[in-house]
Design a protein around this ligand. Sequence first.
Ligand code: DPP
Ligand code: ZN
Length: 869
Amino acid sequence: TAPIRLADYTPPAWRVSDVALEFDLGIDSSEVTAHLTVHSDVDAPLRLDGEGLELLSIAADGAPLDASRWRHTDHVLEVSGMRDGSVLTTRVRVQPAANTALEGLYLSGSREAGFLLTQCEAEGFRHITFFPDRPDVLARYTVTLRADKARFPVLLAGGNPDGAGELPDGRHWARFVDPHPKPSYLFALVAGRLEKIERDYVTAEGRAVKLVIWSEANAIDSCHYAMDALERSMRWDEQAYGRSYDLDVFHVVATHDFNMGAMENKGLNIFNAKYLLADPDTTTDDEYKAVEAVVAHEYFHNWSGNRVTCRDWFQLSLKEGLTVFREQQFSADMNSTALKRIEDVALLRRAQFPEDAGPLAHPVRPAEYREINNFYTATVYEKGAELVRMLAGRLGTEGFRRGMDRYFADNDGRAATLEDFLGALGTANGIDLMPYLAWYGQSGTPRLRARGRYDEGTQRYMLTLSQYTPPSASQPDKHAVPIPVKLALFDRDGNMLPLHLDGEARGTEAVMVLDASERSFTFEQVPHAPVPSLLRGFSAPVLLECDYAPAELALLLTHDPDGFNRWEAGQQLAARAFDDCRTGGAEALDAWSGALKRLFGEPGLDAALLADLLTPPGEIELAERQEAVDPARIHELRQTMQSRLGGAIGAEALERRYRELCASGPLVLDAAGKARRRLQRRVLELLALVSVDTAHALADAQYRSARGMTDRLAALGILVRGGAAEASDALADFRRRHADNPLAMDKWFAVQAQIPGEPALGRVQTLERDPAFTLKNPNRARALLGTFASGNPSGFHRADGAGYRLLAERLATLDSLNPQIAARLATAFNGWQRLEPVRRDMARQALSDLAGRPGLSRNLSEIVASVLS
Ligand code: DPP
Ligand code: ZN
């Protein structure tokens, strides 16, 4: 198929003002009747999308349509002679139980006990009925559901309830009307046996709203945390952005069968259970945070996504980058700003930088795609959020709020573009933000080079900043982008120096905008050569290149008052320490471990921050800095540097701290409890590198006495990854304990897929034969194969290529069931060109074999072809 191009966008020839849908629901077969009121002022045939639909009848304005007036070809229904205001009626049949792609209308769970639901973003609606399935067609929806009452007692669709009643033969019906025009990707329905919890909420505008969370009966007790998070999210959006909810009900439904994390359907959010269900016995601290964040994310979409939607899918980051940013602000407010920033930047470096550096690189606003589902990426989401953060930083808190108010006011009820967004933010503040569009149109992570020169005679410090983005195949010439560089200068005692720039006092922190390839900034009244702290708060998503001496980074790591910047200095120093391990050097390694040893003993340092400071960049991030990557060697060297750190702190001090951190009493889920568990895990991991028997004995005891999943899984991970004798008993116990809980069992699979090095493959193969394993469930497939291929570099990248062959085989099988998940897992091959030659050849072979298989989906073939290029 030919790619779809942003440059080819044209507005729809036909609009749809009203949609009346009627569903006669059944598990094997459901019938869908759609009445579309269509409008146009041009003389063109009406073209509707439709895939996998059995067309039963077609009529216009109540009369059957003559065969000469319509044509049903591959994926398109074309109708001629429609008038402005005509109503087109189609009746189609679909097969929910046979739908393994989980796109459109499908069955979650078993035929006997499961329920029906829909997933429409991005182009699932065309699997339900004929429709102009594009986000710039906004219509008012009336949805009537009919089904057997005993089998489907609960019937839900988006919008406000508008009646329900009985029908003959044990059937019943329910109707929903959504007064807000919306694009088809926000349509949703749910039907089946579900339990609920409810809460009354009154918005800041005084609207009474019923909040309802639904799940299968055995999980309903695990929905309370999500309900609290939902209420917090609604309140926060009212306070931070002045945005209130706009329907009388807000439904949220949990499913174990879901391709995405969750979906913001208007008035009826549908969640992967992984991001909704939470209880102390099976949910880790990090997962609690993820539930809170995803609940907030989907809720925030009600304004940034639903009220203001995207004109076309190229603008996806308009809603996703913005909503991720809003979610990050919320999570920072609910928890800790510094820790949240550390988490987000670590994710960006682990997931987005490698994407931007390899063959899958694409701009935040891509110029073309073949399969839009392949563009729900770290670039569109996480880099997109960084771009919004830069804009927000440029405008300041009040200016950004002013700009957002303007954006919502100007675009409410519209399908907007990134130009609309930048335009509204800029206009409201009298600033031209259009130069930032360059960020949206260009792939690749810019390199920011910084050079400082101090002149003792004039007491001046000149900082020269320059930028460079390496060319890529589709963009050989990269342009300069505006890069805000927040900075401070430190003296040799670790104090921040007052900044004087162009004769003006600027406090101790300032933002320089590098808006060209190179610029110099001269600071005056600098009493001695300073240590610059650059890109504070990670003020732009770039790679910083600066020739720090290790001692200078150690100074920042020790003294910077800001937790994030402290961590950042430590990460840079750790990367240099890693190089020392590789080359036999010692300066950075000693500076890193020495500084952390001192911080380890510092009273009053936040435990969670200390845990993060003690964690060097991960193997994926370290590989990004290398040529001819050997993942086994990287794993080994990273272990070495951590054992040097453990050795510097000392086994005795580690064990003592571990024991101090052991808690008695019941599990507490507050910030202090989470911080304590985080540090305790990190200390035990370090201890395992310097005193393995002691650490394994402690981990075994921790496993047995753990009061919650965080401690239990941490202990299990240390035993399993460390190859401890105690591991198999603990695994067997975990399995017995959690056999009935799919989310806990996912962790059981994932922890074993993380065994480093050669043994991983055999373990994965064994687990594939486990009765609890299935490729049909996305969470399970991701837990085993995704963790192995994307989360265990030394296990997956075997020199004999067996990891690559296994993944390629499974992708071919999975592709016939669920192309979206197959394509997503295939991105594990990204970066193969930079592997050392032996692995590179093996990876290329496995990929070429896969590419040569007949009948691959558009999803998988696009990823495989891009990765190979
Ligand atoms: N449901 C996905 C998200 O919220 C796609 N919109 O990001
Ligand atoms: Zn989203």
